[in-house]
Every structure is written in C-alpha cells, then in structure tokens.
Design a protein. Structure first.
Length: 507
C-alpha cells in the first residue's frame, strides 16, 4: 500500500473517496470538493485508488501535489468499494468522516453545514439532503424539515441507508464499524446496519442540498447478481441491528422502511414483464427473504398493495401475488391544471387535479364507508387485507431545478374524493420563488412544478400538465424575476432570474 500525504492533523472532516478507473465525472467531484466553503485547513480529501489500470495514479498525484489538504492511497485491486473505504477511514485524520463516490457531486456549503450541525447538537451522524439529476429525489419524506436531534424510530432516518453522510469518527472506532470487504452487494446497507445498532444521535439537514448522485451503468453497485444472492445480502444487512443487540424500535423502523423500498426495486416492480422462469426465481427468493426479515406484526405499517404482496409471499400463493402485482402495474394517473395565478402575497397559487385509477380492483361499501377491494387475496388473513380507506390517499406539489436536480417541497393542501376506480385528488400549492424554501429564495434557474400523489402504496411523481399557453404576467422583486410558462413537453415551469439585487443562487 502506497500513501502520498499532503494533509496535516487538526482536520475537522475527512472526505473518503474510493477510486477505480474514474471517468470524466471525477473532475466534477474534485471541482466540487475544492469549492467547499469550509476553510482548507478544516478538511481533507482522502483518495483511495483500488488498483486502477488507467492513468488514475498520475491524475491523483497531480491533484495531491496541488492541494495541501488532499492525500492519496494506492492499494491492490479489491474490485469492490468496501476495502478502499476502510483503508480511507484508517488513513484519515478528521473528527468526522464523509463518504463520496468518484463521480458524484458535493454542494459548496455541504461540509460546513453538516459539521456545524453535528457540533451544535453533539450528534454522531448527519443525514444531508441528497438529490439526483433527471430522476426522483431519493428519500423524499426525509427532506420536509431540519431535525437537530432525530428519533431513529419515527423521523424517517432509516429510509436512507446509503453512506453519503457525515459520521463521527469516534462512533465508528468505538463500535468497530467497517464495510464488508470483497464481492459483497449492499455494502452500504451493511455499514448502516452497524451504525443504527449503535443507537447514534442523528441530525437531518433538509434545508440544504448536500450531495448529488450521478448514475453510471459501470458502477460496482450496478453489477448483476442472482435473486438468491441479492436477497441474501439484503437479509444479512437488515438483520444486523438485531444481531448486534440494537433497540427493537430501531430494528422495526428499519425493516418497515426496507420492506417498502424493496418492492420499488426493478426486479419486483417489473416482475410481470419477466419470463416465467425469472418470475419463479424471484418469487422464491423474495418469499424466503420475507420469512427471514419481515415480522408479520409489522404488516399493518405497510400500505394495502404492499400488505397484499407480503401476505401472498408468506403463503407461497403465486396467484394472489400475481393479482397484487397486476393491481399495482395497472394503476394509472392523469392530471390537469385547474388554475394558476399570483395571490395578494406574491405567491403563485397552483391548483391541480390528479385522478388515480386501479384497473382490476373495484370499490366496495364496507365497514360503513368507502373501501377498496383487491382481487385474488385470501379472505382468512390475520386482518382484512382487502380493505382500506380511500382517504389514505396523499398529494402535494414540489419544485425541481432542472440543471442541479435540487427539489423543494411546496406548501400544499389537498382534498380527496372517491371515484369509480380509485380517487380524485385536488391539490392547491403556493409556489413562492421569492421566499423560497426554508426561508431562502430558490435562486436562478428553470424550476419545474411536480405533482406527488400516492394511494394504496402506489406513488406517482410527475410534472404538472398544462393545456394552455396563457399565464399570469411575470412577477419581480428587487432581487428576483419570475416568469410562468408552458414547456415544450406541455408542463408547468417557472423561469427565475436575478433582479437588480443579484443575490446568489439558493442551494
């Protein structure tokens, strides 16, 4: 192992970056790290080259030579992220450790804000907001508010099990927390299982975009594996909190979150599109995973369609599982813009209607109210899996900046009414580019308006549709100018530009 050092002690945070033949995205990551608002003396960047076979050693040597708060370590190729991350932890000096991938992006004030939040609240881990370009914002429920001291069981922390977070070094060392090394899938989940078992104090930073994922098909995490192998790794990671003696409340919250996310993975979400042989392999592996990981006592914390999946898997009832899959797959949503106008407070009031329909199910009047009947499910379950209140539907608006992927919630209210094949949601949102999100103006850019709606566990995230070209006149302040328009795709957006005050962009 070769170590090239330029960093000194007294470091507030160490950024650990595993490398293997990085592409052009590596330059973007480096640029984002050198642009941090944290003083250079307060942080270091530790590059760990996992046996690159291209010019990475020379590139990194040049980087380290030009940045006194960077260092590089070269190790023989392990082929997976666990080993280089562990080496990076051992080589680093920071009070805190932050993990970044070689082709992602760290927002300019992310390290400073996360370190400040951890210091102020004496927390062991800071979960900073993560965004994506051209894709849904991950862990959306987690980003509704800042939480200085989060409850691991109730504040949604277990939704996020990737490791692009700030960790207190003392926590990792005291509990011997490390990544599994070698060809192990879901190494992030394994690491986070160890962290959660230690009952850390956690802060959530939702008011600042901290990290942006960049997806590439060649990433190690994208390598294919068999269903049996994949769900075996998933089970191992999910059971760690129990095996390490962690609190049951945290273990339960983790399993509820992990179960929900499992059914959104392509292998399950697209199950109906696979061949019969692949369907059977996936069904058998997931059924065993449910038996091992998901206690039946937690089923009532899942929405209806997911409970239907779990019930069918436990019973090895393939017909019922197919019925639940078909109900989910045949769900559809259509939306329309009802009105858009500036209100007296200078906010853009947007009223949308979205209709959610489930083909293959039917409405039923049961237990004194409107309910939903799911075909194909057994009638003798531990609870009536077939019935759920229609008013469990939910909806809101959000805005997402096109160039950065930064997305913010919009103050919204919703009314829901029953429909013959689902529900109709009317959502009113107050879009305020001037006050912005969390008390900060959005900043310049093109901001698309999104509708977020869910029912029976089926979620829809889509740009708000527009069938008109006439909109209210642009609004301006001394700091910002905002124009409402219809995009080429027929969706609603705002173009925000600096006014005479020309303040910096929100992030």
């Amino acid at each position: 192992m070769f170590v090239q050092r330029a960093a000194q002690n007294g470091i507030r945070v160490s950024v650990v970056v595993p490398l293997h033949n990085p592409a052009e995205g590596f330059d973007d990551l480096c640029a984002s790290l050198w642009a941090q608002t944290l003083p250079d003396d307060d942080y270091e960047v530790v590059f760990v080259d996992d046996g690159s076979t291209d010019d990475t050693p020379e590139r990194v040597a040049s980087i380290v030579a030009g940045h006194p708060h960077a260092m590089s370590v070269r190790i023989p190729p392990s082929g997976w992220p666990g080993r280089p991350r562990n080496v990076g932890i051992d080589a680093s000096h920071g009070r805190y450790i932050f993990f970044a991938d070689q082709d992602d992006y760290v927002f300019p004030d992310a390290l400073e804000r996360m370190c400040d939040l951890a210091d102020e609240n004496r927390t062991d881990m800071v979960v900073g907001k993560v965004v994506q370009l051209g894709a849904q914002t991950p862990y959306w429920p987690l980003w509704q508010r800042d939480v200085p001291r989060a409850d691991l069981a109730t504040d949604g922390v277990t939704l996020s099990r990737t490791v692009h977070k700030l960790f207190r070094r003392e926590l990792l060392v005291a509990h011997g927390i490390q990544f599994p090394e070698g060809p192990v899938r879901l190494e992030d989940y394994h690491f986070m299982g160890q962290v959660l078992a230690a009952s850390p104090q956690v802060s959530v930073l939702a008011s600042r975009a901290c990290y942006r994922w960049v997806k590439h098909g060649a990433n190690t995490s994208a390598r294919r594996t068999t269903p049996r192998e994949y769900w075996g790794y998933y089970a191992e990671a999910m059971n760690l909190v129990d095996e390490l003696g962690g609190p049951t409340t945290i273990s339960d919250a983790l399993k509820v979150a992990a179960t929900g996310q499992a059914f959104t993975r392509p292998a399950l979400a697209n199950w109906l599109k696979h061949s019969p042989e692949v369907q059977e392999d996936e069904f058998a592996a997931v059924a065993d995973w449910v038996d091992e990981v998901v206690p039946a006592r937690l089923d009532d914390r899942q929405p209806l369609v997911r409970r239907a999946h779990l019930c069918a898997l436990r019973r090895r009832d393939r017909a019922a599982y197919r019925a639940a899959q078909e109900l989910r797959a045949n769900a559809s949503a259509t939306d329309e813009l009802l009105s858009v106008a500036w209100d007296p407070d200078g906010r853009l009031e947007v009223t949308c209607r979205i209709r959610i329909a489930f083909t293959g199910g039917r409405r039923a009047d049961a237990l004194g109210g409107e309910r939903w009947h799911v075909p194909g499910l057994p009638d003798d379950g531990p609870y009536d899996q077939r019935l759920l209140d229609v008013d469990r539907a939910a909806g809101e608006l959000s805005v997402r900046e096109r160039a950065s992927g930064v997305e913010w919630p919009v103050e919204s209210r919703m009314a829901v009414s029953a429909a013959a094949s689902g529900a109709e949601l009317t959502i009113v949102g107050h879009v305020d580019p001037f006050a912005g999100a969390f008390g900060r103006a959005w900043g310049p850019g093109t901001w698309d308006v999104y509708i977020r709606a869910s029912m029976l566990g089926r979620q829809f995230v889509r740009r708000a549709s527009v069938d008109r070209d006439r909109f209210p006149a642009a609004r301006a302040s001394d700091r910002w100018h905002a124009e409402v328009y219809r995009t080429k795709r027929g969706t609603l957006a705002l173009r925000v530009e600096p006014g005479p005050g020309d303040v910096g962009a929100g992030g």
